[in-house]
Design a binder for this molecule. Sequence first.
Ligand code: E4P
Length: 218
Amino acid sequence: MKFFIDTANLDQIREANALGVLDGVTTNPSLMAKEGIKGTENQRQHYIDICNIVDGDVSAEVIATDYEGMIKEGEELAALNPHIVVKVPCTADGIKAIKYFTSKGIRTNCTLVFSAGQALLAAKAGATYVSPFVGRLDDICSNGVDLIAQIVVIYRNYGFKTQVLAASIRHTQHIIQCAEVGADVVTCPLSAIKGLLKHPLTDNGLATFLADYKRVNG
Ligand code: E4P
């Protein structure tokens, strides 16, 4: 399973990358806004800065919602760096744009996916990744992990190459649940990745080992 970090914060990306287990980054317009990155030129430079930190895929989302606009913007984003994956919303124009990008060898991440039907269309269009939003489904009393499991089965039934990228991960347990049902990728906040490391028996065990070493060796 690949680990992506879901942020546009360069310090957090550097910290996750330093762990040595980071495979990529996902961003979205809200995450870019959170970092105060304004204007097309600054945003594009920010994507390049992210690509220079991580040796992996970096999702950059189009703002255009019409087919022609998505194509123009997506081609510009893809030209910024070979690591860029063009993130496209799961709309009719988005699906058409994914089909076009696929034919041009431009990799895509179909985002804002909340149903198996949407995921099926994304795969048919040749998306590199599909991003079902786990946390946002949980927020409305649905079950995000169940959707991941359903999409994994459907893709396996037909041998679709589209990778299931579990997005909107809110906590560490989501990562484990998505791993159990076969997600290809999870994109998570840094806190959820760090949560995987936490165990009191590890902390206590290490403290005891060090205390015993000190007692004998001084
Ligand atoms: C990732 O690609 C999504 O944009 C992101 O995971 C959404 O997460 P949120 O629901 O926490 O905003």
